[in-house]
Design a protein around this ligand. Structure first.
Ligand SMILES: [Mg+2]
Length: 465
């Protein structure tokens, strides 16, 4: 794993030491010797992780951290506080300033690499989600997630504790009462299986159980789709570095060493819950924007952009597997009259009802899209021309017989549709196929409307027969 690490410390030998260690593991290291210099470099370079000294003249590490975490552009960059004082109060002050973790001087190689790697993994995941979100920021969902990171930890979280020592688990549960509901599981190798579909926000696993291999529990939690992204916090005893390293390698998010300091534990739990909620929010925004980007708002069918993208891949697949793909191009007859006579609200009602008829008449593998104003396209994979024609004919009849209620006292109105059908050939390109269907639809229009016309087999120029 390679990444850009920023080391910030006012004492040059400290910087050199960390730089050398990180360089030996092929990290790309940048350095700064005070707070303002660090902030300037961060806003310019956007490092993947920041190792930040606490005690610095002028602006101390807590203040630098607060500024990083209050800027939407840098809030997701992990910050590790590096402190000479191994004081729980210092650690808590750091976490409250928004730090993601700590290291204590002199920095142990093992702890350094474990923390850095685990936080970089998290950063990459958030980067990916942020990139997806950035592609749709112009559609208006930018601020929500970025600001969420700094909100208070939730008080309605669902937390699972896995520990054989019930009285200890009970004590932990009481500490965590303020953040939500806590469930206890007394070990067992099937813990991960039982945790599926429970939607936990955090799973806390003891690695000091006698009868259950805590590491195995963690690895199984990471292996199921439903639980893969749930944060895991492990509890370990002093001097079990090797076990802890394995845990962090398999993607455990954080750890506490027993005996657990109550306040530190609570702050670490809150940090995990906040991150989880931030990632959930990014996912949710991504799905919403995906939906909005591919769907027509009036009818709920796919939009033209989505159809043309899929037509490319489906047509290529049809050729590869020697199947026929058919297209229906539909246009509602005299739709302009509906809008002009009854208004656009009535027009939208017709479009919706018309879309419902389409949706009810096509198969799961078919794809229906609103292609333009009153134009619709249905793509039908693995469908020869004859089938496509009869599906089109059935649709045409249903539209003709359907009473379209547009809210008039005089009752529903009648609508008809003209449909052109085209089927793929060995050579057909997506644009050509759409064009054939379109031409067929226009000949349905010009020969009286309310009918289905099948595109003629295209004659290749220059071919002799
Ligand atoms: Mg210092």
């Amino acid at each position: 794993m390679t990444a850009r690490v920023l080391v910030v410390d006012d004492v040059p030998p400290n910087v050199k030491l960390l730089e050398a260690k990180l360089n030996s593991e092929y990290f790309d290291v940048q350095t700064a010797y005070n707070g303002p210099e660090a902030l300037e470099l961060i806003s310019r370079e956007h490092p993947d992780i920041i190792l930040l000294d606490v005690m610095m003249p002028g602006m101390n590490g807590f203040e630098v951290c607060r500024r990083i975490k209050s800027n939407p552009a840098t809030v997701h960059i992990p910050v590790v506080m590096v402190t000479a004082l191994d004081q729980p109060s210092d650690r808590i002050a750091g976490l409250e300033a928004g730090a993601d973790d700590f290291l204590t001087k002199p920095v142990q190689d093992f702890a350094l690499f474990a923390r850095v790697k685990s936080l970089i993994r998290l950063k990459y995941m958030l980067d990916e989600l942020r990139n997806r979100e950035a592609t749709t920021t112009n559609m208006g969902w930018d601020e929500s997630a970025a600001n969420d990171y700094n909100k208070e930890a939730p008080n309605d979280a669902k937390i699972l504790i896995v520990d054989e020592q019930e009285h200890i688990a009970d004590r932990i549960a009481r500490v965590l009462d303020v953040v939500g509901d806590v469930t206890l599981m007394i070990g067992g190798e099937d813990v991960a299986d039982r945790a599926r579909e429970k939607n936990y926000d955090l799973i806390i696993v003891s690695l000091t159980m006698r009868d259950t291999d805590g590491l195995r529990v963690c690895s199984r939690i990471r292996s199921f789709d439903e639980t893969r992204n749930i944060p895991i916090l492990v509890m370990v005893s002093e001097g079990t570095d090797k076990q802890l390293l394995r845990a962090l390698d398999m993607g455990v998010n954080d750890y506490v060493v027993r005996p657990v300091d109550k306040n530190e534990f609570l702050v670490r739990v809150k940090t995990q819950l906040k991150r989880k909620r931030y990632a959930d929010k990014l996912w949710e925004n991504f799905h919403t924007s995906m939906h909005l980007a591919t769907t027509d708002a009036v009818t709920g069918l796919y939009n033209r952009h989505y159809l043309t993208n899929h037509l490319d891949t489906q047509l290529a697949a049809a050729m590869r597997y020697d199947k026929i793909l058919s297209l229906m191009m539909m246009d509602i007859d005299h739709f302009k009259n509906v809008n002009d006579t009854y208004g656009h609200a009535a027009g939208d009602k017709v479009l919706k009802a018309f879309s419902m008829i389409i949706a009810k008449n096509i198969r799961g593998i078919d794809l229906a899209a609103r292609y333009g104003g009153e134009e619709f396209v249905v793509m039908m994979p693995d469908t020869p021309m004859d089938w496509a024609r009869s599906i089109a004919e059935r649709l045409r009849k249903q539209v003709e017989q359907h009473p379209f209620d547009v809210g008039l006292d005089a009752g529903p109105i009648n609508i008809t549709v003209s449909i052109g059908v085209a089927a793929s050939t060995d050579q057909a390109m997506p644009a050509e196929l759409l064009e054939y269907a379109d031409k067929a639809m226009y000949s349905a229009k010009s020969t009286g409307r309310n009918k289905v016309i099948v595109a003629e087999e295209p004659v290749l120029e220059g071919s002799s027969s």
